[in-house]
Design a protein around this ligand. Structure first.
Ligand code: GLV
Ligand code: MN
Ligand code: MN
Length: 415
C-alpha cells in the first residue's frame, strides 16, 4: 500500500471548519447545538456524503458515517472525535480526529482498499461540558455510562433542558435508543492533538495512548448572607465569596498534597450572586475539575477536599453543598489496537512513544463497549483550549497516515 494523505485538502477543511465559530479568529467557540455547531455539522455531513459514506444520526446528535465493508455483518471499526469547542478555544481539539478520520478513509479509498469490516467515522455530541455541565455527553450515552434519568434532567445555565435543545437541533427520539451494544465496534481509534508538551519536547512524531486519566467534576453551592457593603460590619458577615475563595484554595492544596504530579485540580467557574460591587455576595456557584491517572488517589484527594469544605463552612457560618457531577474511572487501552497504531507509524518510519492521556476524550467511554486506543500528535507548546492552539500540517499528516494504516489493518481482521 502506498498511502497518501491529501494534506492540502485536509488543512483547507480544518480551516473551513474553524470558520464556523462564534468568536473572532483565531479563537473558535462552537458550543453544542448552537446554530454554528449545526451548520458545522452540515459541512461535515456533506463531506462524508461526498466520500460515499452512509450517514446516520442518533437521538442526541451523535453522527455516524459508515464506509461499508465487504463483510457488513461483522462489527465495524470506529474512529472519530468531536467538533464542539469551548469558549475561546482553538481549531484542532477534536476536529483533527473527525476530519483526519475522514481523510484516512478517503486515503484508503483512493488506494483501492476494500475493507472487510465497515469503517465508521463518529462525530460525538458535546465532548465539551460547556452547555450541559458534563463532558462526553454523546459517548456516555452511547456506552450506557450515563443514567437516562440523569441525562433527561440535564439543563443549560438558563434552565433550558436537554430535551428542548434536542428539539431545537432536530435530534428527536428516545434517548434510550442511543446506547450501542457491546461488540457493536470491534475496535475504536481516536486521533487527537496531545494537548500537552511531551511529544514536542521529546521530538517524537506520534504518541500511542495506553490509558486515559480518571476525571471528576463537582459543582459547589455556597450560601451565606447578603447585605449592604457599607452597613454590615465585618464581624457579622457570612460572605459566600470569601468562603468560595477559601474553598478554591483548599482544592488547590488538596491536589498539591496528593504526592503525585499526575493529580490536577482546577476551579474554572465562579458565579457570584447578586454580583454587585456594593452588595455582599450571598450565593456562589463553583465548578471544579479534578483528575488523576490513579483513581484511588484522586478519590482520596476528593475526600480530603470535602473535609476542608466542612471546616470552612462551619468556621464561616455558610452552607456548602457539593454536587458530584461525575467521577469516572480511568480507561486502559487495548494492546492489539496499540500495536496496530505503532505498526502503522513504523511503516512510515515515524517515531512514536507510549503515553497516558491526561485530558479526557470520548474514547474514555467507548472503552466500556469496545477495545480502544488513541493516537496523539504534537501541538505547539502543548497549548490547548486557547486560540493559539496549533498542530502543524506535517504532524496532522503523520497522524492521519498512521491512523489510516491502523484502520486498514484492523478492518481486514476476521475476528
Ligand atoms: C476535554 O476537553 C478535557 O477537558 O479533557
Ligand atoms: Mn477539549
Ligand atoms: Mn478534545
Amino acid at each position: 500500500m502506498n498511502l497518501k494523505i491529501n494534506i492540502a485538502q485536509l488543512s483547507t477543511e480544518l480551516e473551513t471548519l474553524a470558520s464556523f465559530s462564534d468568536a473572532p479568529a483565531p479563537a473558535v467557540t462552537r458550543v453544542v447545538f448552537s446554530e454554528t455547531d449545526l451548520r458545522a455539522r452540515c459541512y461535515i455531513k456533506d463531506l462524508c456524503a461526498n466520500a460515499g459514506l452512509t450517514v446516520r444520526e442518533d437521538a442526541v446528535g451523535n453522527t455516524f458515517a459508515r464506509w461499508i465493508g465487504s463483510d457488513p455483518e461483522l462489527p465495524a471499526i470506529g474512529t472519530g472525535s468531536h467538533i464542539d469547542a469551548i469558549p475561546n478555544a482553538g481549531r484542532y481539539d477534536g476536529t483533527v480526529g473527525v476530519l483526519g478520520g475522514l481523510e484516512a478513509i478517503r486515503a484508503l479509498q483512493r488506494e483501492g482498499v476494500r475493507p472487510r469490516r465497515s469503517i465508521e467515522l463518529v462525530l460525538f455530541t458535546s465532548e465539551e461540558p460547556t452547555r450541559f455541565g458534563i463532558g462526553c455527553l454523546g459517548s456516555r450515552l452511547l456506552s450506557g455510562a450515563l443514567d437516562l434519568a440523569k441525562a433527561s434532567s440535564l439543563k443549560d445555565k438558563e434552565g433550558k433542558p436537554l430535551d428542548e435543545w434536542r428539539e431545537t437541533a432536530r435530534f428527536t427520539g428516545d434517548l434510550r435508543s442511543v446506547a450501542l451494544p457491546q461488540g457493536h465496534y470491534a475496535g475504536f481509534v481516536e486521533l487527537h492533538i496531545e494537548q500537552g508538551p511531551l511529544l514536542e519536547q521529546h521530538g517524537t512524531a506520534l504518541g500511542v495512548v495506553t490509558a486515559i486519566a480518571a476525571p471528576a467534576s463537582l459543582r459547589i453551592w455556597i450560601e451565606g448572607e447578603g447585605g449592604h457593603a457599607g452597613a454590615v460590619l465585618m464581624p457579622n458577615r457570612r460572605d459566600a465569596l470569601c468562603a468560595a475563595a477559601e474553598i478554591t484554595l483548599a482544592l488547590e492544596a488538596a491536589v498539591r498534597n496528593s504526592g503525585a504530579v499526575d493529580t490536577v485540580g482546577t476551579t474554572g467557574v465562579c458565579d457570584v450572586f447578586p454580583g454587585a460591587i456594593n452588595s455582599i455576595p450571598v450565593r456562589v456557584r463553583l465548578e471544579m475539575d479534578v483528575r488523576d491517572i490513579d483513581e484511588a488517589r484522586r478519590d482520596s484527594v476528593l475526600a480530603r477536599f470535602r473535609a476542608s469544605c466542612e471546616e470552612i463552612a462551619a468556621r464561616r457560618r455558610v452552607a456548602v453543598r457539593i454536587e458530584m457531577i461525575n467521577a469516572d474511572p480511568p480507561a486502559a487501552c487495548d494492546k492489539q489496537i496499540i500495536a496496530a497504531l505503532a505498526d502503522g507509524a513504523a511503516r512510515h518510519r515515524l517515531s512514536c512513544e507510549h503515553m497516558v492521556s491526561r485530558a479526557y476524550h470520548d474514547s474514555l467511554f467507548m472503552a466500556r463497549i469496545a477495545p480502544v486506543a488513541m493516537l496523539f500528535i504534537p501541538c505547539r507548546g502543548g497549548f490547548s483550549h486557547r486560540p493559539d492552539e496549533f498542530a502543524s500540517p506535517e504532524a496532522i499528516m503523520n497522524g492521519t497516515l498512521s491512523l489510516a494504516e491502523a484502520l486498514a489493518e484492523l478492518a481486514a481482521r476476521g475476528n
